[in-house]
Design a protein around this ligand. Sequence first.
Ligand code: AMP
Length: 170
Amino acid sequence: MDLQSLIREIPDFPKPGILFKDITTLLRNPEGLRYTIDTLADKCAGFAVDYVVGMESRGFIFGAPLAYRMGVGFIPVRKPGKLPAAVHTIEYALEYGTDRLEMHQDALHDGAKVLIVDDLIATGGTAGATAQLIQKTGCEIAAYAFIIELVDLKGRENLPKAPIVTLVQY
Ligand code: AMP
């Protein structure tokens, strides 16, 4: 299936110079949505995974059905102040300033193997920070899965080493 034809490009969103990859046009297409989750599940089937971790918010959309298909649990990594119980926090650099991500302290048990899922990898800042958060809790990165990779930004070089699955490369 030609997934690229289902992903809409919006220039200058959310700010000038960014070509935004809009996955809502993929999500609303039944065959596209099914193919995306099934293909991710097929490509990740060989990894030993205890949990899927997805980042707010588009990582939730793909991560939860992928976890369901793989027969494992799903753990959300959220923006600050959203999770109700005690959290681990990681701060990471943005183009201007910093941002933070949080995960419940009791979400993962020691030594758990984790598959990190998001819609898109650009610089790798978000996935890299999530990986550090997971490693901080004594857990392992089994693999990463993204629908879209912006290859020129070399995000994969900013990730702790583990296999990386991507479906569409730009
Ligand atoms: P990064 O941390 O630089 O790898 O950026 C990844 C995060 O930012 C993902 O959660 C993406 O959803 C979002 N993102 C970055 N660049 C784009 C883009 N060109 N189009 C859509 N989303 C993007």
